[in-house]
Design a binder for this molecule. Structure first.
Ligand SMILES: [Zn+2]
Length: 326
């Protein structure tokens, strides 16, 4: 079977899943109301209850493959975890590309990620589940998240960030489920050609940023342009991101003006736009931290941000998450 051509533009189905759940799951509607109320108060100046220090989140990566070249290597997975650790700690080298006017707003999300070293039964694991599927590819319908449908069912979503890597059709790069949704489908999906930086990762989506963007959604971040097409009335409910028309793609130049947001224009270099993807803002970090003390409070453990291994992706073998350094 021929591979679908990669899209020229970034495509994310997070809002499609969001609307599907709003239409089908009354508990999701209620949970989202509560979460957005809290986020609204934070956007309008309420103090965020934040976790102290950094939060270490155990990750399980489900690799769903049909032909052997899509059974990606451990090295490719490690490379993706490393990108997440740089991006969520403001240690990415391309942070230097942020225009001077936006640099003071860039913020450290204080989140670390590590492949889980303990499985749901308490046994040692490498944090990777490999499933040979009879399905050649998947869409945003969530079959990839189910053993019965040819994918792989999640590990407990209140203890692990589940990331599914498989071939998505139709040029879809990935999608995430916002907090407040059903446990059976909670997590992040990334297509094989946009995961990590090596192996099957293919330019221009070979910088690991699809996962950064989708994990941002999983921690409750909205698209920076407000998901109203090219209009100026939609919002990401974050005060320090400029109001912006539609998404930006490719390599925009500064300033890119829309919705009367001059002189500085769109923050097209934000991870939640679709272009340069090098920074979160302080307001976005507040929203993610609110998710970590709210709907995702059970997840992860507190660790010392100044630990010399704070940017490392490996959890020390003899020292499970949260056991000694908080
Ligand atoms: Zn998105």
């Amino acid at each position: 079977m021929a591979d679908d051509p990669l899209p020229q533009r970034r495509t994310c189905a997070t809002m499609a899943l969001h609307h599907r759940l709003l239409d089908t799951s009354p508990p999701y509607v209620e949970a989202r109301d509560r979460i957005e109320d809290q986020a609204f108060r934070i956007e309008h100046g309420a103090r965020v209850v934040e976790r102290p220090g950094c939060t270490l989140i155990p990750v399980v990566v489900h690799v769903i493959w049909n032909s052997a070249e899509h059974n990606i290597s451990r090295g490719q997975i490690d490379g993706q975890i490393e990108v997440l650790n740089r991006d969520f700690r403001m240690r990415n080298a391309d942070l230097a590309d942020v225009p001077e006017v936006f640099a003071p707003i860039a913020a450290d999300a204080r989140i670390r990620f590590a492949l889980a070293d303990t499985d749901p039964d308490g046994d040692p694991t490498d944090g990777i589940v490999r499933v040979r599927s009879t399905r050649a590819d998947f869409d945003s319908g969530d079959a990839i998240k189910s053993d019965a449908a040819g994918g792989s069912s999640p590990w407990p979503t209140d203890r692990y960030l589940n990331i599914w890597v498989g071939r998505l059709r139709g040029g879809l790069l990935g999608y995430a489920q916002f907090p407040g949704g059903p446990a059976a489908t909670d997590g992040v999906v990334v297509t094989t050609s946009a995961f990590g930086t090596t192996g099957t990762a293919t330019a221009p989506f070979d910088r690991g940023r699809t996962a950064t963007h989708e994990v941002g959604h999983w921690l409750d971040l909205r698209h920076i342009w407000g998901d109203d097409g090219d209009g100026c009335s939609g919002s990401d409910f974050v005060a320090d991101t400029p109001n912006q028309g539609g998404p930006n793609y490719g390599v925009p130049t500064f300033p890119t003006i829309s919705c009367s947001n001059g002189p500085n224009g769109d923050m097209f270099m934000n991870y939640l736009d679709d272009a340069a993807m090098v920074m979160f803002t302080a307001g976005q970090v507040a929203r993610m931290q609110a998710a970590l003390t709210g709907p995702r409070a059970a997840l992860g453990s507190t660790v010392d941000c100044n630990d010399p291994e704070a940017g490392a992706y490996r959890v020390r073998d003899t020292d499970p998450p949260g056991s000694g350094d908080n």
